[in-house]
Design a protein around this ligand. Structure first.
Ligand code: ACO
Length: 347
């Protein structure tokens, strides 16, 4: 369905979920060679959530969709495609998207996983927009879901302290003209693949870089890359939208390290007071960070209808994605200050 001249495309429903188990920095301090103060001062992370032993990415994804349905029982009407952005899929096949679709009543919808690591949710919004504009889908469910605790070596202090589990789910569909998505900027540079990787079928990357068995990362390289691409893609998407940094009400960035967010904000000129940060409580949940942060800013009343949003993310690939969006709050799950309405649904 191509949107009518009186509408545009945007988010029509939003839900989220984090597992109940809280893992503090002190828990790592007791187990590996690190200390809680180092983790908090170098990253901004105080705690994160870990999925239960028998809880996987499809489970947290389904829980986020159920949260969305608890807030708006009609939210999945006309959804005929499901995208799951994830770097920790239950399996390479079947897709986690198909497993989620089956459990939320969307069997028969197109379903596929999207692999751009932490920029996956914002990539997914753009792909959803494209499917609708092409007439392939009417509405698209985009889920960013991760069980990173299952794929990260919990004894590797370089990575273990950074990541957590969680999920966000959004429906993309028609919204009134003047609201919704404005512009997207997407990109990737495979030359940075060796800075952040998780091997699968091949033991080495083109060029010969040998990958270890679990998630590998060159933290300093990723840090420098992240500051540059978040800053540049944020600046570029604002210019493409005819906006300046002063027009932005809220930046919703990928939550990897608060020092990365601060440095990137400086590059595109939006203060931290207009930036949603929740990595202190959830750490880096990869493709789930942006919808989790957006859901939280709606629940506590920060983001309102008509607000100008800037979403920026980076991830493995290396990859990046930025989006400008005018928030529409005309559907039940999108109204500010909703925490009470869905109390007990999100852990
Ligand atoms: N605890 C204590 N000390 C540590 C730890 C730890 N967990 N990790 C590293 N150190 C030590 C190092 O060994 C080093 O010691 P040295 O000076 O004696 O050599 C010192 O701390 C400083 O190390 P740096 O790597 O320079 O620390 P930095 O300030 O860069 O912080 C960090 C490291 C937090 C990893 C940072 O580089 C970072 O956040 N990078 C980006 C990572 C990221 O965002 N990854 C996710 C990408 S998104 C995705 O797609 C999944």
């Amino acid at each position: 369905m191509t949107p009518s001249p009186r509408s545009s495309l945007g988010i029509t429903a939003l839900g989220s979920y984090v597992p109940g188990r809280i893992v503090t920095n002190a828990e790592f301090e007791a187990r590996i060679e690190t200390n809680a103060e180092w983790i908090e001062s170098r990253t901004g992370i105080r705690e994160r959530r870990f999925a239960a032993p028998d809880e996987y990415t499809s489970d947290v994804g389904v829980a986020a969709v159920r949260d969305l349905l608890a807030r708006d029982p009609d939210a999945l009407r006309d959804v005929d495609a499901v995208i799951c952005a994830t770097v920790s899929p239950d399996a390479l096949m079947p897709s986690t998207a198909a497993l989620i679709a089956m459990q939320v009543g969307l069997t028969g919808a197109a379903a596929f996983d999207l692999s751009t690591a932490c920029s996956g949710f914002v990539y997914g919004l753009s792909v959803a927009q494209g499917l609708i504009l092409a007439g392939t889908a009417r509405r698209v469910l985009v889920v960013g879901a991760e069980a990173l605790s299952k794929i990260v070596d919990q004894d590797d202090r370089n990575t273990a302290i950074l990541f957590g589990d969680g999920a966000g789910a959004a429906v993309v569909g028609e919204v009134p003209l003047g609201y919704g998505f404005q512009e997207f900027v997407l990109g990737a540079d495979g030359a940075g693949g060796s800075s952040l990787y998780l091997r699968c079928a091949a033991p080495r990357l083109p060029g010969g870089f040998e990958m270890g068995e679990s998630v590998g990362m060159n933290g300093r390289e990723v840090f420098k890359f992240a500051v540059r691409v978040l800053g540049d893609s944020g600046t570029e998407v604002l210019a493409k939208s005819g906006l300046s940094s002063a027009d932005v009400d809220w930046v919703v960035p990928h939550q990897a390290n608060v020092r990365i967010i601060e440095a990137a904000n400086e590059r595109f000129g939006v203060p931290m007071s207009k930036t949603v940060v929740n990595l202190d409580r959830y750490g880096n949940t990869s493709s789930a960070t942006v919808p989790l942060a957006l859901r939280e800013a709606l629940d506590d009343g920060r983001v309102h209808g008509g607000h100008q949003l800037l979403l920026v993310a980076f991830g493995g690939g290396l990859s990046w994605a930025a989006c400008t969006m005018k928030w529409w709050d005309g559907a039940p799950s999108l109204v500010a200050g909703q925490a009470q309405a869905a109390a007990g649904v999100t852990a």
